[in-house]
Design a protein around this ligand. Structure first.
Ligand SMILES: NC(=O)c1ccc[n+]([C@@H]2O[C@H](COP(=O)([O-])OP(=O)(O)OC[C@H]3O[C@@H](n4cnc5c(N)ncnc54)[C@H](OP(=O)(O)O)[C@@H]3O)[C@@H](O)[C@H]2O)c1
Length: 262
């Protein structure tokens, strides 16, 4: 079945489960949302500023049906808006949320050294990437369905392992998430909810290209054993697996998906 098309089969791995994918109007989050929809899930497409792109993703999922995907504007760094995200999902689909994928994230396209990182940029990055992930995890831990099928998946980055100069605030914010999620997985003992991080290498999205010269991009391509950039579709199937019942035994892990460059 083509990604993102509406369907009525009862045997799909995520049939009718409710998934919130933050930052799914574009980039990696969009590919994840379309993939989870192709596995049968009902989707909340979240964004913070651009409704047009979010609406396109929802229409692609809905096809001729109207009740498979909704869009919700919410800034994940704001606790009230994160609550609204969950409220909207529960009321639109008349169901608890089963799956939370936190893909919303930002970087500093100036790639500054620590010495040159402004306090504002540091705070912005930590607000969205670390505080945002914390708020999504907190709400998920309290509200995701117990007793099987509950999933929390946070997007971090392979750079936590590669540790390149120019990424300190960004990588620091993602390292914080990786530690938090490993602890969360243990705290969720007895709920049947798993918590994991998916840590991509460089993926061809706006976030990746912003502020990079052609030469910088070429260097990244040359470093990869596959000699290419990752595509959003290289990440989505792993998230689909973790979200499925077959992924239950993968819990409290950081899974890198990067073509082998680290
Ligand atoms: N691309 C890479 O090379 C790469 C590598 C490793 C890890 N990652 C991680 O993967 C995730 C997705 O990255 P991407 O490359 O897909 O980024 P992207 O193409 O820039 O998309 C970012 C998405 O996040 C949303 N967003 C931004 N700030 C938000 C906020 N405060 N609240 C809610 N939504 C917000 C954006 O919506 P609006 O347009 O409405 O703001 C957009 O949908 C990020 O966590 C990133 O750190 C990316």
């Amino acid at each position: 079945m083509a990604e993102g098309t509406a369907h009525s089969t009862q045997s799909l791995p995520l049939q009718d489960r409710v998934a919130i994918v933050t930052g799914s109007s574009r980039g990696i989050g969009k590919a994840i949302a379309l993939h989870l929809a192709s596995l049968g899930a009902r989707l909340v497409i979240n964004y913070s500023s651009n409704p047009t792109q979010a609406n396109i993703v929802a229409s692609q999922i809905n096809g001729n049906s109207t009740n498979r995907a909704i869009t919700v504007k919410a800034d994940i760094s704001d606790p009230t808006q994160v609550k609204t995200l969950f409220d909207s999902a529960e009321s639109a689909f008349n169901s608890p949320v089963h799956i939370l994928v936190n893909s919303a994230g930002i970087t500093d396209p100036k790639y500054p050294t620590v010495a040159n990182t402004t306090i504002e940029d540091f705070d912005n990055i930590f607000n969205v990437n670390a505080r945002g992930a914390f708020l999504c995890c907190k709400e998920s831990a309290n509200r995701i369905k117990r007793g099987g099928g509950g999933r929390i998946i946070c997007l971090t980055t392979t750079l936590v392992a590669a540790l390149y100069p120019g990424y300190a605030a960004y990588v620091g914010s993602k390292a914080a998430v990786e530690s938090m999620v490993k602890i969360l997985a243990k705290e969720l003992k007895g709920t049947g909810i798993t918590a994991n991080c998916v840590a991509p290498g460089p993926i061809a999205t706006e976030l990746f290209f912003e502020g990079k010269t052609e030469e910088m991009v070429k260097r990244v391509v040359d470093m990869n054993p596959f000699g290419r950039l990752g595509q959003t579709e290289d990440v989505a199937p792993l998230v689909g697996f973790l979200a499925s019942d077959a992924g239950e035994w993968v819990n409290g892990q950081i899974i890198r998906v990067n073509g082998g460059f680290v």
